[in-house]
Design a protein around this ligand. Structure first.
Ligand SMILES: CC(C)(COP(=O)(O)OP(=O)(O)OC[C@H]1O[C@@H](n2cnc3c(N)ncnc32)[C@H](O)[C@@H]1OP(=O)(O)O)[C@@H](O)C(=O)NCCC(=O)NCCS
Length: 381
């Protein structure tokens, strides 16, 4: 059964928390709606049609939105905030789409000018209050393309419980993408109740550590099949194929969101070409293990050292400043891997000991894993 049909715009409620207001869309929103719908981030994460223009924006405001209210299929509000000059401005659209039996699908997009300011979080709090208290909803579901951290953070702040990743489910521009899903029930507390983890982009001088992209796959396969990588990283599939690269990329996002492990594509700051990978293969409340490998043609240029410094710095940054808050960072290196030991020592890691029989090499021989560590300088010990 759809939501109760309401007359647009007179029947649409106006909701406000004093800073952010939800109200019916108006014709003078069209220019800002078009800007928002031509924005690359909007296009990347939504099914909004490409080539968005004024006619489409006008159709959205004067036909699509009113029809949703009139039929009860979707209740979409314009978000309004006050700009720096004290004038009200359109800041986005948030909506609840009826999916039956007291359940609704939540959708939202922010105008680029207001992003990162908490406006969407406030708008969703108003929308959720309306959905649960006025519409009498039981459950609200959120779907997003896997990797849409901004969207995930907003619903995390609103108390949604993350349900996992659904593979090849969300139809988008001719393909089916992996989707993240989360729900909020009417009895849930509408604030974050778990720790927040993500995979931020870390920027160095010559290099950058960012989430993996599908465009990295060819170089990832090249690196995965490299003789030294195969020799010293026995857990890598052999041979390493394109499906292995895609599977690895997908697991990196879920592992990061759980705070269990973090893997970054190591890329050239200017060209964005893949140089290798760097990461935290294991994180605990006290320690962050650091791992790294480079493509053969990128070795000997100091990139590994820069990458390790970047990730250790992130690991040692306190949690309330977006880091991992690790007390110690450590590396575990096969006793025969001299090149990797050189990198670790150059980055200030000191020998802590050896894990006896810590690895089974690809040829079946057993070797020790040397453990080198650094203690977080912020601890002052
Ligand atoms: C998703 C979206 C609506 C969020 O709007 P917003 O106004 O930036 O939201 P907020 O300011 O309330 O919060 C966003 C949070 O995500 C964080 N964030 C943004 N990008 C991020 C990223 N790549 N990784 C991690 N966190 C990120 C922001 O820093 C902010 O957190 P903070 O408040 O702790 O700094 C906006 O980014 C958008 O319009 N994106 C395109 C459309 C879209 O993705 N819609 C959702 C489809 S499911």
């Amino acid at each position: 059964m759809p939501f109760a049909p309401l007359r647009f715009p007179d029947g649409v409620p106006v909701l406000t928390d004093g800073r952010v207001t939800l109200r019916p869309h108006r014709l003078d929103d069209v220019a800002a709606v078009v800007e928002q719908c031509r924005d690359p981030e909007t296009l990347r994460w939504t099914t909004i049609p490409l080539g968005y223009n004024t006619a489409m924006g006008t159709g959205f405001v004067t036909e699509m939105v009113p029809e949703g209210w009139g039929s009860g299929a979707e209740h979409a509000f314009a978000v309004e905030v006050t700009d720096a000059h004290g004038s009200p401005r359109y800041a986005g659209t948030v909506s609840l789409r009826d999916v039956g039996a007291g359940r609704a699908d939540i959708g939202f997009v922010a105008h680029p000018a207001v992003r990162g300011d908490g406006v969407t979080t406030s708008a969703l709090q108003l929308l959720l209050g309306y959905g649960f208290e006025t519409l009498g909803l039981h459950t609200v579901i959120w779907w997003a393309d896997q990797g849409n951290w901004a969207s995930r953070k907003v619903v995390w702040r609103c108390g949604f419980t993350f349900g996992g990743t659904v593979h090849r489910w969300l139809p988008e521009r001719g393909e089916y993408r992996d989707g993240w899903v989360a729900t909020l029930h009417r009895d849930d507390v509408r604030e974050a109740s778990t720790l927040w983890w993500d995979l931020p982009t870390l920027r160095g001088d010559r290099i950058c550590a960012r989430p993996f992209e599908p465009a990295d796959d060819d170089r990832l396969v090249e690196g995965g099949n490299d003789a030294a990588v195969q020799q010293w990283m026995p857990s890598f599939p052999s041979p390493y194929g394109l499906p292995d690269a895609a599977a690895f990329r997908a697991t990196t996002l879920d592992a990061a969101a759980n705070g269990a492990a973090f893997s970054w594509a190591l890329v050239d700051s200017v060209t964005d070409d893949l140089l290798g990978a760097v990461g935290v293969p294991h994180r605990s409340d006290t320690g962050a293990e650091i791992g790294y490998w480079l493509l053969a043609d990128e070795r000997g240029k100091g990139y590994a050292r820069e990458a390790v410094d970047l990730v250790v710095d992130h690991a040692f940054t306190p949690r309330d400043r977006g880091g991992l808050g690790a007390l110690r960072a450590y590396v575990r290196i096969d006793e025969g891997n001299r090149d990797s030991l050189d990198v670790a020592r150059a980055c200030g890691f000191e020998m802590a000991g050896a894990e006896r029989a810590g690895t089974v090499r690809r040829d079946g021989t057993i070797a020790d894993m040397l453990v080198l560590e650094r203690v977080n300088p912020l601890l002052g010990i």
